[in-house]
Ligand binder design. Structure first.
Ligand code: FES
Length: 495
């Protein structure tokens, strides 16, 4: 078969590929994002063709025109390599939250491995079970991102026949990370604990994704999934107990189960909440007697998927905005030129625009313009602002409904933990100004990667902690609550 060379700028990498190789198959490893999973609808996988030729069919041409891209741009998801080429690719370095938080444990012998299998990122930590110390860490982008940024794209990819490929990809990647961590370790781990959302769990396990593609989005509870190294293809381990912790219900997975463990809310007398502003916007409220959780449709706006200039918390993303002398001052991740805006800065921008009276409480742009400048070429459109309002209303309504289910008021919740990829960048006063969380500043705590903290806690004992939480936790479908629509609509106001 004919071979071609792809030169990648500014990386200086050279790849040799077969004729007709789809660029989506080779570029995702090098930082090119495919948020819509290659459907040609987001325009965010563009690359610049510096040298050589990439044929453009009618469909591709229409898309390039639709996104107003210059002649030297191509959508990587619609391109094939038919000759040697040189491409310029944007490098998005993901900010991946590892963790060194202390936690309570009863010492055990040996080492264990905790894995946070996220939709976007993967984090593994090698833990000394005698001291609880982290001996090694590995992080990487989930290689499934080439099938799309969000859970819906991954489910669709599964339904389109890519399930096995996604399963093998994820097992191989995590296996590689574990192997790297063990390089300087004299002993093999007794346990590997994995946590992740329900979709990631099913893909890792090789289970059918169909039940998650249609109402009521429920899967039969598989409980704790146990694997041997041979089943997963991790033959470099032997005698290791591999456990993927169970989901709580529907889209609320073991990452939230681990998050509950990390906050300790299952043992507190006072009501406590956990809000994960990640891909799926999960909310948990409860105390030592009873815990309720739900997922919302808030993720896409905070992850940037539904915004004209939105992006995740990666290099080039505006991560925070302050008002200095009546001017918006932004911080950009990696000190780079701003390429877009991520969830934390979106919250800042909305709060500041509201405070400056540039938008009204329904999000309307007061000048009547279609968009508002944020920094350089980065603007928020009227549609972006409405997307934010839908997302914030989903969180606010979720918190209200879970509180009602527990027969309490939101003001009865004494601590609210915020987790999630961009959670650490959030300015709490701005979060409150948008009305997303109706509480006081002193009750909110940013907690980083709660899934990873919990996964480490699950390395100790024999599943008792997870069982204790699961026994008192139930999942509800927010849309099934009779007053859902009324509450949701009432929260579509910025205050
Ligand atoms: S246009 Fe969305 S991934 Fe290519």
């Amino acid at each position: 078969m004919k071979k071609h060379t792809i030169l990648l700028h500014p990386l200086g990498k050279e790849l040799v590929v077969n004729d007709m190789t789809p660029l989506i198959d080779v570029l995702h490893e090098f930082g090119v994002e495919f948020p819509c999973g290659g459907k040609g609808t987001c325009g965010k996988c563009q690359v610049r063709l510096i040298d050589g030729k990439i044929d453009v069919n009618e469909d591709h041409r229409r898309k390039l025109e639709h996104f107003h891209l210059p002649d030297d741009r191509r959508l990587a998801c619609m391109s094939y390599c038919t000759s040697s080429i040189t491409l310029q690719v944007d490098q998005y370095e993901h900010i991946i939250l590892a963790d060194e938080t202390d936690f309570d444990f009863s010492p055990e012998c040996g080492v264990g491995i905790a894995v946070d299998l996220g939709t976007t990122t993967l984090v593994t930590q090698l833990v000394d079970l005698t001291t609880g110390k982290v001996l090694a860490v590995e992080t990487m982008l989930n290689p499934q991102v080439k099938f799309g940024a969000d859970l819906i794209s991954r489910i669709q990819a599964g339904l389109d026949g890519h399930s096995t490929e996604m399963t093998l990809l994820i097992r191989k990647s995590i296996g590689r990370m574990i192997r790297l961590m063990l390089k300087s370790c004299q002993q093999l781990p007794g346990k590997v604990v994995l946590v992740g959302n329900t979709v990631m769990h099913r893909i890792f396990s090789g289970s059918d994704l169909t039940p998650l593609s249609c109402y009521p989005f429920q899967v039969e509870d598989p409980g704790l999934s146990l694997f041997t190294p041979a089943e997963i293809g991790w033959d470099f381990l032997s005698g290791t107990d591999i456990r993927f912790y169970p989901s709580i219900g529907s889209f609320v997975g073991s990452d939230i189960l681990a998050g509950i463990a990390a906050t300790g809310l299952h043992r507190k007398e006072q009501y406590t909440a956990l809000i994960d502003l990640g891909t799926n916007g999960e909310i948990v409220v409860g105390n030592r007697d009873r815990i309720i959780c739900a997922s919302t449709a808030a993720g896409p706006a905070f992850e940037g998927t539904n915004l004209s200039m939105g992006m995740r918390a990666v290099t080039g993303a505006i991560s925070s905005i302050r008002l200095v002398d009546n001017k918006m001052l932004s911080s950009v991740i990696g000190n780079a030129e701003p390429k877009g805006i991520c969830g934390s800065a979106l919250i800042d921008a909305i709060a500041i625009l509201l405070q400056q009276d540039l938008i009204g409480i329904f999000g309307e742009i007061n000048s009547g313009e279609e968009s508002i400048p944020i920094d350089g070429p980065i603007r928020l459109t009227q549609k972006d602002i409405y997307e934010f309002i839908l997302a914030k209303a989903a969180i606010a309504a979720g918190l209200t409904i879970l509180s009602k289910k527990l027969s309490i008021e939101i003001s009865d919740i004494q601590e609210i933990y915020i987790a999630g990829g961009f959670g650490n960048y959030i300015r709490i006063e701005h979060l409150l100004a948008t009305g997303m969380v109706e509480t006081t500043e002193d009750k909110i705590h940013k907690m980083g990667n709660t899934a990873l903290i919990g996964a480490k806690m699950f390395l100790f004992g024999n599943g008792e902690l997870a069982k204790e939480i699961l026994d008192k936790t139930s999942h509800i479908n927010l849309e099934g609550f009779p007053e859902f629509q009324d509450i949701y609509i009432s929260k579509m106001i910025l205050k």
